[in-house]
Design a binder for this molecule. Structure first.
Ligand code: FE2
Length: 378
């Protein structure tokens, strides 16, 4: 059977830069129209006005901003977390718990990614014990039984790969050890703390399948393994183990920061890095419509260099079909090369399928976000 190729013909029309994302024509704004995330055919367009310079947006495509800091609910069960965004392939929820879990859970709907936004604790799971701290990612393979023991409040972004599993991204020409070495992935251990919790006390497992919960009660703690052997494992990675790709002379696209990949979405991490130094290189993200993906960013810590009025704990959604890019103030800072490095830490989730916004508690959505690109709004 014959293969097919993208219709991808590099051409230049009018006044344009030969090198994307560098040496822009004077007084222009670059916008990238692109397919397949940042891998497919793309065109850079040089505009007279900022592509986010709209005076009004009506309809469902407006950019959205949610503030998880305004979620009051705390609950010992991750199955009572606050839903934020969802579609058939990914479920994004925010879970806050003040106390140790008094039951076990098992997600039979897909792999679960935990990102620890605040707090610390111990994860106990089939495989043993793993300590948790702020900034940790933990991937729990579908079907793993687990619970978290925390003395202090913990807040966690939960990202379920529904019917799917997490994998490591292709590293291509930079090799396996770039960005983070796979050897930096930690796994649970059967240590004294794990063995000590193997009591004959009653434990309940709450199993989620198709969003519905079944409860299985044991007269003992079923986390009672004394050993294991295999390659299907929960893993932990802290953002501090990530050594981001960067170029002094070229603003790399967000895909350079891919941390984990599922079939229908990717998880990227924006970690602190030096800014580009080349005089002609862009120093803020280029405007783009990522035409095949809805883009979500969860802001974990630091100052978010391309966005105003965004603080840790906020989450933005930029649906495919509407252009996004830096705020006017960030653009000015970038043009004048005023910033030498970024200190932001953020988790980006790019979803191939359109995301639905859940019914949110009052006050969680910042409805003014769509107007935040207007000049002078800073
Ligand atoms: Fe984007």
């Amino acid at each position: 059977m014959a293969g097919s190729h993208w219709i991808s013909l590099p051409r230049i029309e009018g006044i344009a830069s030969r090198q994307a994302h560098a040496d822009l024509p004077a007084e222009t704004y670059e916008r990238e129209l692109g397919r397949e995330g940042f891998y497919g055919p793309s065109t850079q367009m040089y505009h007279r006005h900022a592509p986010t310079g709209w005076s009004e947006v009506e309809g469902p495509l407006r950019p959205r901003a949610l503030d998880t800091g305004r979620i009051a609910q705390t609950d010992r069960s991750p199955w009572n977390a606050t839903p934020l965004l969802h579609n058939a392939s990914v479920k994004i929820r925010f879970w806050q718990s003040d106390n140790a879990m008094d039951h076990l859970v098992r997600n039979a709907d897909g792999d679960e990614l935990l990102f620890i936004h605040r707090g610390a604790g111990d994860l106990f799971c089939d495989y043993g014990r793993l300590s948790l701290r702020e900034g940790d990612y933990v991937i729990l393979p579908r079907g793993t039984m687990w619970r978290i023991e925390n003395d202090l409040p913990i807040s966690v972004l939960l990202v379920e790969a529904s019917g799917d599993s997490y994998r490591l991204p292709e590293k291509g020409i930079v090799g396996h050890h770039a960005v983070f070495d796979p050897a930096m992935l930690d796994v649970p251990r059967i240590d004294d703390g794990f063995l000590a919790q193997q009591t004959e006390d009653r434990w309940q497992v709450r199993i989620k399948r198709q969003g519905r919960i079944s409860r299985v009660t044991y007269p003992y703690n079923p986390l009672d393994a004394i050993g294991w052997h295999g390659s299907l494992l929960p893993v932990r990675l802290n953002w501090r183990a990530i050594r981001p790709l960067m170029s002094a002379r070229y603003h790399l696209p967000p895909s350079a920061h891919t941390t984990f990949a599922a079939s229908r979405f990717v998880v990227c991490t924006f970690a602190p890095r030096p800014m580009e130094t080349d005089p002609g290189a862009l120093k803020v993200p280029f405007f783009h419509n990522n035409d095949d993906y809805d883009e979500v960013i969860f802001y974990h810590r630091g100052e978010f260099f391309s966005r105003d009025n965004i603080h840790p704990g906020m989450l933005t959604l930029h649906p495919a079909g509407i252009t996004h890019g830096p705020h006017p103030k960030a653009l000015e800072v970038g043009k004048k090369a005023l910033r030498k490095q970024t200190d932001e830490v953020a988790v980006m989730i790019d979803s191939r399928d359109p995301l639905e916004v859940a019914d949110l508690p009052e006050g969680v959505e910042w409805t003014g976000y769509v107007d935040s690109w207007k000049d002078g709004d800073a």
